[in-house]
Ligand binder design. Structure first.
Ligand SMILES: Cc1ncc(COP(=O)(O)O)c(C=O)c1O
Length: 437
């Protein structure tokens, strides 16, 4: 097949290390050698590749960022209007203030906001402010928080530190050895693992950063226990809501769990795919941003603020998160039904708005690759972790499950024959440990 996406990828890999900028969008994470890889347009939940083939996106909707769908008309209208009036200036954009105000209205415990563009950057800003405030350098973390040195340095002490948080076997070349012994991973839903870090590091941990939920729900008051333990030990608690924020409820997921941190970080869904990220926090802590230097030209770009404001307005008006949760529940139920009907073993998990399933077989990666391969043939970009979007409707979901049933049936038949899965290319690479994205 004349796969124009793969052809372009081969050329791109010669001048762009790895071929693109985000691991989670690499062709080899889905279907090595066969994935469409590039899009010519994406509107609603329909993606057109370079061969002009159309697919429904059931593979995360822009790495969880587009909960209102791709190319949302209202957001685009607001952004185009801002573009015409000038997206950059010597003066500041007033929408920066409006968006900050909105975020602290939604999160009553927070008083101040800083903005940036990407999630990883926002994490770095939060860490810098928290370290400045606590006057302690060491960090305890759980989950994924971007690519910056502070995070990657977890692997300097022990090459396996990030195996259960991000990816096994990550290299740590290029990261200063001087960061060694400054960041320590704790396990989700295991308060003892955090206690151990505090005990061993003897009053040197100044920051605890974590995703409020990963693929399992907090058990046994875990978030509250983390909050109390952090407070007792003089550490700032940061909830990284870059993926969890604005999916399950209007705001950070922590609002739903009724545990407020000292700081929280948002990105992705905040601008429905336009680059904007935010750090919110309590005034006494956020003020420490002024005792250090945190500053960037492109963080003043007007369009991210406008996209954020109009995304929030639309989410609130249409009660988007309620719909995302409802569709997610339907999808989870549909997976279970399809698996039972076709006699295959899966487990289902994740937030309702960010649901996932797993093929419960030793050759999981092989089956997962086959699933993506066969769903692609049927017109779906598909993997086992999804992000719900407002533009999914009953008709689209019905089509999706017709396809899922066809593929699950094939998986069952192949399993029964105990033969190898007929893959047209290599098995996909491991995705981020944190199953979702
Ligand atoms: C919880 C969390 N933190 C940080 C990041 C990094 O965000 P970005 O890719 O925008 O730098 C991500 C991205 O997946 C994330 O899910």
């Amino acid at each position: 097949m004349n796969n124009l996406g793969q052809k372009l990828l081969k050329k791109a890999q010669k001048i762009i290390p790895g071929g693109n900028q985000l691991l989670s969008k690499r062709s080899e994470m889905f279907l090595p050698g066969l994935w469409p890889t590039y899009y010519s347009s994406s509107v609603g939940c329909l993606v057109k590749d370079l061969n002009k083939k159309k697919y429904y996106d059931f593979a995360g909707m822009g790495v969880t960022s587009c909960i209102l769908g791709y190319a949302d008309k209202d957001i685009n209208r607001a952004v185009i209007n801002g573009l015409k009036k000038g997206s950059m200036s010597t003066l500041n954009a007033p929408e920066e203030f409006d968006l900050a105000k909105k975020l602290i209205e939604i999160h009553k415990w927070a008083d101040m906001v800083r903005f940036s563009k990407s999630g990883g950057e926002a994490c770095l800003i939060a860490i810098r402010i928290a370290r400045a405030f606590s006057n302690k350098e060491k960090i305890a973390f759980c989950g994924y928080h971007g690519w910056h040195d502070w995070y990657m340095s977890a692997n300097l002490e022990n090459k396996k530190s990030l195996d259960n948080q991000l990816l096994p076997g990550l290299g740590n070349k290029g990261i200063s050895k001087s960061f060694k012994n400054s960041i320590f991973a704790f396990e989700y839903n295991n308060i003892e693992s955090l206690k151990k870090i505090f005990k061993k590091q003897k009053n040197k941990i100044g920051v605890v950063i974590m995703e409020p939920m990963r693929f399992t729900r907090p058990k046994d008051n875990f978030l509250k226990k983390v909050k109390d333990l952090s407070k007792k030990n003089g550490a700032i608690l940061i909830f990284d809501e870059i993926t969890s924020g604005f999916h399950e409820n209007y705001g950070g997921l922590h609002l739903k769990f009724k545990v407020s941190p000292d700081m929280a970080i948002f990105g992705k869904a905040l601008g429905n795919g336009y680059p904007i990220s935010a750090v919110i926090g309590k005034k006494n802590i956020m003020d420490f941003a002024q005792r250090t230097f945190i500053s960037s030209t492109m963080w003043t770009d007007r369009l991210g603020f406008i996209a954020g404001l109009s995304a929030l307005k639309k989410m609130k008006k249409l009660k988007v998160q309620k719909k995302l949760v409802n569709i997610g529940r339907k999808i989870k139920k549909g997976w279970v039904l399809a698996a039972n009907k076709n006699k295959i073993k899966i487990s289902v998990g994740g937030l309702d708005s960010l649901p996932n399933f797993r093929f419960e077989y030793d050759n999981n990666k092989e089956i997962s690759t086959f699933f993506t391969q066969e769903m692609l043939k049927l017109g779906f970009l598909a993997k086992e972790a999804l992000a719900m979007t407002y533009v999914y409707n009953d008709k689209i979901i019905k089509k999706y499950f017709t396809a899922v049933n066809v593929v699950f049936n094939k998986i069952n038949l192949i399993n029964q024959k105990k033969i190898k899965f007929p893959l047209k290319g290599p098995i996909k690479h491991s995705t981020l440990k944190r199953i979702t994205f």
